[in-house]
Structures are given as C-alpha cells and as structure tokens.
Design a protein around this ligand. Structure first.
Ligand SMILES: [Zn+2]
Length: 242
C-alpha cells in the first residue's frame, strides 16, 4: 500500500502541476457554493456527505460507512484506503513552505498565498477528493471485482465527472479543459499500433507514478467527457463505463 500511495502521490502531483500550467484554468477560479466562513474540514465533510446522499438516491445503501476523512500532510493529495475505510487528504495549513512554493508557482508570478490555495483546493479538494470517493463507492458495491486497473481508474474518473457535471457544471467545464490541455501538450506514451487500455493494464506496475501515468488519466477523462449522452451520476455509479 505504501508503494502504491507514493506512486499515486506523484501521479496527482503531476496532474496538478500540468493543470496549473493551463493559464485560463488557473486565472479563472470557478465559482463554488462554499459558505464564506466555512472551514475546510467542514466543507470536506459536507462534500463527502453530499456525495453519499446523492449516491443513496438510487435506493441502495452502501454496506460500509462513509469514509473517515483524515486531514494529514501525506505525500499524496488524496488517497482512499479500503482496508481502513479512510480518505486522506492534506490541508493547505498543514503544508510546509516547500509544498506551498509549488502551488505559488502554479498560481503565477507574484501570486498571493490565497491564489495558490485556490489552485490547491480546486485540484485536490474538488477533483481528487471526489475521484477518491468514487473508489469508496467501488469498494461499497464490489465494483472492482473482475475490473482491470484501467477500468477501475476510468470508472472513478467517470463518477467524479458525472458528479461535478450535476453539482457544479462550470467547475467541471474548467477541469475538463485543463485535462484536454494536458492531453494535447503531453506526448502519447502508447507505442503505435497498440491499444492504450491494453498497454496500460499490461504495464501498470511500471507506469504507476511515471509522467506517462498522467497522460493515461487525462486520456481516460477525455474518454469520459466524450461519452454521448453523458451518463447521469447514478448511471455512472451503477453502470460501469464501456
Ligand atoms: Zn484512482
């Protein structure tokens, strides 16, 4: 689990770095429905509970409790551990100077601490957090059984995209354009003539944590966003992507 966690940390970090390079994305903070004085722990608890409530509208109750949120300065920006039913994510205030510097540079020249925090919050506490809630759901309903590495990741992205399309379409549009830029700006690591999905599954151990892994996440998200008609959130939960 430790190795997997650090690999995933690198993966999300490179996604956030690349998203930060999308100028339009970083300069136009998407609106949120946050209460102005709401603390981040309260907001994350509310976000978790909103996800659970929305998922249970289907009439099926998850066989496990909503995950315990642990706010800790882990190397990863988000991780769901099915063994302890824990979703770990860092708080901006827990970051050391060096970690903040990265987001300051993403936010642009002479960026304020607040501007850097906006980048951090959007990537980590919106996209990654809900992606990890998707993994919680997969654990709830044993959706991972018989699914390949690619499909498990694809479905978590599909759940996250469907969630944000319904809850905050503007944020989802902004995230989608960020991921499109990543795809357009990164070299395709799949050898010509090979299928990306088969290649990913075959080379999973080698790819996890590499810059190529980011390309695959962006490729999956582009696939998710190209689905016509787009699945509703409940469809994304109950009918895995093809
Ligand atoms: Zn994942």
């Amino acid at each position: 689990m430790k190795i997997l966690d650090s690999r995933r940390a690198i993966m999300w970090l490179s996604v956030l770095i690349l998203l930060g390079h999308v100028t339009a994305w970083s300069q136009s903070p998407a609106p949120t429905h946050d209460q102005p004085n709401q603390t981040i722990p309260d907001r994350l608890t509310e976000l978790r509970d909103a996800f659970v409530t929305k998922a249970e509208k289907s009439g099926i109750k998850c066989r496990i409790q909503p995950p315990t949120i642990v706010l800790t300065d882990i190397a990863s920006f988000g991780n769901y551990d099915p063994e302890t039913n824990t979703l770990r994510t860092p708080l901006w205030s827990q970051f050391k100077h060096q970690e903040k510097t990265l987001f300051m540079s993403l936010a642009g020249p002479n960026a304020s601490d607040e501007a850097a925090q906006v980048i951090f919050e959007r990537g980590t506490h919106s996209w990654v957090f809900i992606h990890e809630m998707g993994h919680w759901w997969q654990t709830c309903v044993n959706a991972n059984v018989g699914r390949s590495h690619y499909r498990v990741e694809y479905d978590a992205n599909r759940i996250a995209a469907a969630y944000w399309r319904e809850v905050n379409p503007q944020l989802m549009e902004s995230l989608a354009s960020g991921f499109d830029h990543i795809l357009a700006g990164s070299p395709n690591p799949v050898p010509s003539g090979q299928d990306p999905e088969a290649y990913f599954n075959h080379n999973y151990e080698k790819l996890a944590g590499s810059p190529e892994y980011t390309w695959f996440q962006a490729h999956m998200i582009a696939g998710v966003n190209a689905e016509v008609p787009p699945p509703s959130f409940l469809q994304a939960l109950y009918e895995p992507g093809k």
